[in-house]
Structures are given as structure tokens and as C-alpha cells.
Design a protein around this ligand. Structure first.
Ligand code: NAD
Length: 467
């Protein structure tokens, strides 16, 4: 049994159990919240480019459907194991409930390294997996989406297969009856089986930026609530708009989530002073020994530079010129320990842990990656008064806009990006407010535990429907 997958599963289940204990739920209800409703495991053959046939293993785990269709991505990874997929399905149940969506939780995975496949082979693996899940997914049963190493193109291949599988099923039904031709299925309806599709194939505008945008919306909502009770050094959100007093932000990870978080935070008036990718991070004005007076990076220029050079290392952008002079490369470890107001881990899990938790200086941490803070570090920092926006809330902008995509498909409409962003904002603020109020009621001096509050809100939402 894979120990990391097992640990992930134990952690996910233990947080659900903790929330259930806070609510004094009975044993059978706890079981219902912890155990998945269905675990589908498949072994399927795929013909490779050289004509050989290779077997692949995959899962679709349907954790809980109390609030609505199962919802959750499909990951392609060589190290994926059943326990990991199950842990992620459990967390999707919580995330969808936290976000106030009419969805339960699910997750899919295939043991495959896409980097070792040609595009044609990747397409055949994706289509073969879609055929395996065709009978168990659908707009009102289970709605998958992209995750690690899967993308909109893969979703559109999968939609194709679902339409074909359903058309074939109808043909078989009609073949055994005296009726004439089977009706043609409405492809639009089946498109709602997957979210994260290309826009021209029923995807929605605004999805690419949604996770980063949602994180910034929650951060702003938090600052508004904190008002004059801001932790030391952290000033008001209106001050965040004045360049001189702008709140400083460091972002680890410059992929989809980190880049859009940094870009949108910058336009909202935050001073993004450090960003990093897997090869390292960059800051300006680093000659100041204590790094208290870091300058803002220009995120658009940094992005251009990364595109040109392939990594952030060596990018220092000022006044429209990207070059290697000035500024400084810092390590990812140093970035996490910068004296910034807001720290945003947006790359990997467990980066804030027992080894570095005492060196973290930020007063607010926005968990944009999944699980970037270990349980021990979470407890330590929360007790110290650091406010942590938990991943299930902070990065739920992605699944919220997935819901908006599904909704548009079901209604057969397409919204403008502005409308999608507006809806996202309303939904994220509503989700935050509910959790903020719960946390304030549960507050244990001196910490404010938004994670525990989020899990309790989620479990309450599910249990309310069960009862
Ligand atoms: P991505 O692959 O687009 O970007 C990942 C970034 O992390 C890259 O910049 C990469 O260079 C950087 N990185 C990799 N290893 C690193 C290391 N050792 N140190 C520092 N940086 C490193 O991925 P993403 O979609 O931006 O996802 C990031 C995190 O957010 C993941 O935990 C993911 O599960 C989570 N998440 C993503 C979404 C979404 O909509 N994309 C939604 C919810 C949660």
C-alpha cells in the first residue's frame, strides 16, 4: 500500500471526523461522511503507436452525492494510487459544500505518465478511460473536470466518447424493439457531463483565471472583515489600494493558480514583491539586509520574462525591460520566510511544515495549493495568531466557475466573462461570510481557525440534507 496516499487519506478522513465530532454526529452518519459511496476500478487496454497493447489502471471514486452530482477532476499521474484518489474525492465533497455548490464529491485517476506518450497515445488513453466511466457519469450523476496533467482538450475527447457511448446504448435498445430509428441525442446536454472544456466546445469564459481570482476575492473579503483588528503590520484593504501603504504579498508557484493570483492581486492594489517557480524565486531591492522594504514586481513583465527564459530564475523586470541585472534570485525556502503581510503558497503540498513554521513571518496565509501547510504547522501558526485561509475555501474559485460552466450548459446559454466573474465574486463572498461567522462563534483565543470552521460548515450542510 502506498504510504503517502494512505497518509493523505487518513488526514482527509480525520478532518471530517473532527468536524463530525464538533457536531456530535452519530456513528452511522460519520461513516456516511467518511466512506465513499462507490469505488470504481478499471483495467483497460490501449493500443500504442508501435501496435503493442498496454494495460492501464484507473479509478473513479464517487465519495458523496448528498448535495448533488459527484464533482471532481481526473488526474493522470504515474504515482496515482487508489488511496490518493479517495482522499481527493473526500476533500471535493467538503470543498463543494464549503463553496455552497449543489454538488457532492468525486475524483478520477489513471496511472500513466503523459510525458511518455505521444499525443495520439494520450488521446487513446483518455478516450479509453472515458469509455470505462461512460455508464457512471452524466450531467446529473457525476461531473468530472481536468486535474493534474489533464486539460480542456482531454475533456473534449472524453465528451466525444460519452456522446458515442450513449448513442450506441440507444441504438442497442432500439435494435431489440420494433420502433424505428433511435432519436439523435442532444450533444449540448452531454457536454454538461464534463467541465473545464475548451470554450468553443461548451467551456466557459473566465475558467482559466478563476482559481487565482477567487483567492484574491476571499483575501479582500477577509481584510474587510478584519478592519481595525488586523494583525500587526497588516493594514486595511482600502490601504491596499494606495501604493505607498499597499500590503505586501509573496507567491510561491507561478503556474495557473500562482500567476493569476499575483496578476489579479496586483491589479487590486496589492504589492506583489516576490514570486517563484520550481527553479527559484525573485525579489527586488534585496540589498536591504532585513528585506523590510521590498519593491513591487511588475507581474506582466515577469510573466513575459518567464515565457522568454522558461523559468523565473534570472528574471528581474523594471520599467519595461526584463534583464538579469539588479534584483535577486531567492530560493523557495527564503520566499516562504520573507517579512511580507500575505504569503500565498500556490505550488505544492506540505511546503510549510515543522522545519520552517517558526520562521514564517506573514500574518496572513492564503492556501492556494492543496494542502500546502502540514497539520502540525497549521496548529502552531493558528495558535500564534496567523490567519490562514484554508485551501477548501481559498482555491474553490475553480470549482465554482466549473459549476457556472455546467449551469450554462444545462440552460443552453453562454455568459460574458464579466457576468461569470460577477457571479464568482458573489458566490465566493457568500461562502467566505458563512465560514467567517462560524469561525467567530468557534473562536478559541487567540487563534481564528477558518479551516475547522469550513469543515464544520460543510458537514452541517450535508447533514442538514440527510436529516
Ligand atoms: P501548475 O502546474 O500550473 O503550476 C505549478 C507551479 O508550481 C509552477 O509554477 C511550478 O514551477 C511550481 N512548482 C513546482 N514545483 C515547485 C517547487 N518545488 N517549488 C516551488 N514551485 C514549484 O499548477 P496549478 O494549476 O497552478 O496548481 C497549483 C496548486 O493549486 C496545486 O496544488 C493544485 O492542486 C492547486 N489547485 C489548482 C486549481 C486549478 O484550477 N488549477 C484548483 C484548485 C487547486
Amino acid at each position: 500500500m502506498d504510504s503517502q496516499g494512505q497518509k493523505m487519506l487518513e488526514t482527509a478522513q480525520s478532518i471530517v471526523r473532527k468536524a463530525a465530532a464538533d457536531l456530535n454526529l452519530d456513528t452511522e452518519t460519520v461513516k456516511r461522511l467518511v466512506e465513499p459511496e462507490a469505488i470504481h476500478e478499471f483495467n483497460f487496454p490501449v493500443t500504442m503507436d508501435d501496435g503493442s497493447v498496454r494495460m492501464f489502471k484507473g479509478w473513479r471514486i464517487q465519495h458523496n452525492r448528498v448535495l448533488g452530482p459527484y464533482k471532481g477532476g481526473i488526474r493522470f499521474h504515474p504515482d496515482t494510487v487508489r488511496e490518493e484518489v479517495q482522499a481527493l474525492a473526500t476533500l471535493m465533497t467538503i470543498k463543494c459544500a464549503v463553496a455552497g455548490l449543489p454538488y457532492g464529491g468525486g475524483k478520477g485517476g489513471v496511472v500513466v505518465d503523459p510525458k511518455q506518450l505521444s499525443t495520439k497515445e494520450l488521446e487513446r488513453v483518455s478516450r479509453a478511460y472515458a469509455r470505462q466511466i461512460a455508464a457512471i457519469v452524466g450531467p446529473y450523476t457525476d461531473v468530472p473536470a481536468p486535474d493534474v496533467n489533464t486539460n480542456p482538450t482531454i475533456m473534449s475527447w472524453m465528451v466525444d466518447e460519452i456522446i458515442k457511448a450513449n448513442q450506441d446504448r440507444l441504438k442497442r435498445l432500439y435494435a431489440s424493439s420494433d420502433a424505428a430509428q433511435p432519436p439523435r441525442l442532444n450533444p449540448n446536454y452531454f457536454r454538461a457531463t464534463f467541465t473545464g472544456k475548451p470554450v468553443e466546445k461548451g467551456g466557459t469564459l473566465g475558467r482559466t483565471e478563476a482559481t487565482g481570482r477567487g483567492g484574491v476575492i476571499i483575501l479582500q473579503a477577509l481584510l474587510k472583515k478584519l478592519g481595525s483588528n488586523l494583525p500587526n503590520r497588516v493594514r486595511t484593504s482600502s490601504a491596499a489600494r494606495s501604493a505607498e501603504h499597499a500590503l505586501t504579498v509573496a507567491v510561491q508557484g507561478f503556474g495557473n493558480v500562482g500567476y493569476y493570483f499575483a496578476k489579479i492581486a496586483q491589479s487590486a492594489g496589492f504589492k506583489v514583491v516576490a514570486v517563484s517557480d520550481s527553479k527559484g524565486g525573485i525579489i527586488k531591492n534585496s540589498e536591504l539586509a532585513d528585506r523590510r522594504d521590498l519593491s513591487a514586481l511588475d507581474i506582466n513583465l515577469v510573466y513575459q520574462c518567464k515565457k522568454e527564459r522558461g523559468s523565473l530564475a534570472g528574471c528581474y523586470c523594471a520599467g519595461g525591460v526584463c534583464d538579469t541585472r539588479g534584483g535577486q534570485i531567492i530560493s523557495n525556502a527564503e520566499l516562504l520566510e520573507l517579512p511580507v503581510d500575505v504569503l500565498v503558497p500556490a505550488a505544492l503540498e506540505n511546503v510549510i511544515n515543522e522545519d520552517n513554521m517558526k520562521k514564517i513571518k506573514a500574518k496572513i496565509i492564503v492556501e492556494m495549493a492543496n494542502g500546502p501547510i502540514t497539520e502540525e504547522a497549521y496548529d502552531y501558526l493558528t495558535k500564534k495568531g496567523v490567519i490562514i485561509i484554508p485551501d477548501v475555501l481559498a482555491n474553490s474559485g475553480g470549482v465554482t466557475v466549473s459549476y457556472l460552466e455546467w449551469y450554462q450548459n444545462i440552460q443552453n446559454v453562454s455568459w460574458t466573462e464579466e457576468k461569470v466573474n460577477k457571479k464568482l465574486e458573489q458566490m465566493m463572498i457568500a461562502a467566505f461570510t458563512k465560514i467567517w461567522q462560524k469561525a467567530a462563534r468557534m473562536k478559541q483565543s487567540p487563534g481564528l481557525d477558518l479551516k475547522q470552521a469550513a469543515f464544520v460548515v460543510a458537514v452541517e450542510r450535508i447533514v442538514d440534507v440527510v436529516e
